[in-house]
Ligand binder design. Structure first.
Ligand code: FAD
Length: 295
């Protein structure tokens, strides 16, 4: 942004006002939530908005509630809130732990649930976790509301299905009815984004393993997971699923690791995640070993 260029700052104080502004301005204004991603894009000159629509004053987007056993997270709930909320820590601990592994407290105090999904960065932690536990994003516009599973929300690198007149207003997370784990493998530093992210959850009849940070969108293979959906999970099943994920995937290469390196890490981290699900020490995401990072 050149010096002296004025940027319009739209600051609605209600959701209704925010939705009306979003619908009337469309692509002419850029939504800003915590601003942690957007500020980098602006500082580096990748985007040069002339108008910003801030959600910071919209109180309706900050709620954390449980309705009919389902967790509802407002889009402006910060990562740090998910990490520390006592109800989430007790009943959705895999979310607390997954969001709590993002970057540093400084970033987690700024970044929001809506922002991390809307920016659709392939190397974020929360999308894999939310996908594994079957979460849905609520998208609203004056036309109405729709609910989209996380794996249908994110379409590609930095691309979502959020329409120009829509806001992501809420994320809904069903009750986690079995063990759930999140493993973050970092290859460079302790505050880095994941090189490989593995989230896994098992209910009475379904195993869901989601690998993030290795492709444009989170990867999961229901046919492979079918091997671990019923009966006990033992070391052989975990190894088989880890190997199958590694073979099936076409990992990307970036500064966090080459495709071949990632493939090997995927085999190990998926195996470990599935083994953890079969272990007595992991509860519904909250067991002593319910989540973790390699450093
Ligand atoms: C130093 C640093 C380290 C980081 N490390 C990690 C990490 O380890 N793991 C990780 O997962 N992430 C990491 N991040 C990313 C961080 O989590 C994201 O920057 C953050 O999630 C974006 O959230 P925000 O609320 O700041 O979004 P913003 O920057 O405000 O917005 C991001 C994008 O989403 C759009 N948007 C925001 N909210 C909405 C909405 N409600 N509806 C529609 N569109 C919306 C905006 O227009 C913008 O395009 C890191 C970031 C930084 C700065």
């Amino acid at each position: 942004m050149g010096s002296g260029t004025a940027v319009e700052w739209l600051a609605p104080s209600s959701l209704e006002e925010a939705l009306a502004l979003r619908a009337s301005r469309g692509a002419d204004t850029t939504v800003v939530a915590g601003g942690s991603f957007l500020a980098i894009l602006m500082n580096q000159g990748f985007v040069q908005p002339t108008s910003l629509l801030s959600l910071g004053g919209v109180g309706e987007l900050r709620g954390i509630a449980v309705v009919d056993g389902e967790l509802r997270l407002g889009a402006m709930v910060r990562h740090r809130d998910v990490e520390r909320d006592p109800v989430i820590r007790r009943d959705w601990p895999v979310l607390s732990l997954g969001f709590g592994l993002v970057a540093s407290p400084r970033v987690r105090n700024q970044a929001t649930v809506g922002g991390v999904l809307a920016d659709a960065d392939y190397a974020s932690d929360p999308p894999a976790v939310l996908c594994a536990v079957g979460a849905r994003a609520v998208l609203r516009s004056p036309r109405g509301e729709r609910q989209v599973p996380i794996d249908e929300l994110i379409l590609g690198f930095y691309e979502t299905c959020i329409a120009e007149d829509e806001l992501l207003t809420e994320v809904r997370v069903p009750a986690v009815l079995g063990p759930a784990v999140y493993r973050k493998f970092r290859s460079r530093s302790s505050e880095d984004r994941p090189c490989v992210a593995v989230a896994a959850a098992r209910s009475a009849d379904r195993l869901r393993v989601v690998v993030g940070a290795c492709a444009d969108v989170p990867q999961h293979y229901p046919d492979v997971c079918a091997k671990g959906s019923e009966g006990p999970i033992d070391a052989a099943v975990a190894r088989e699923i880890g190997s199958a994920y590694a073979q099936r995937m076409a990992p990307l290469s970036d500064s966090r690791g080459s495709a071949e390196y990632r493939r090997r890490v995927v085999a190990v981290e998926v195996r470990r995640a599935v083994e953890m699900l079969g272990s007595d020490s992991v509860g519904n995401g909250g067991g002593r070993r319910g989540a973790g990072a390699n450093r």
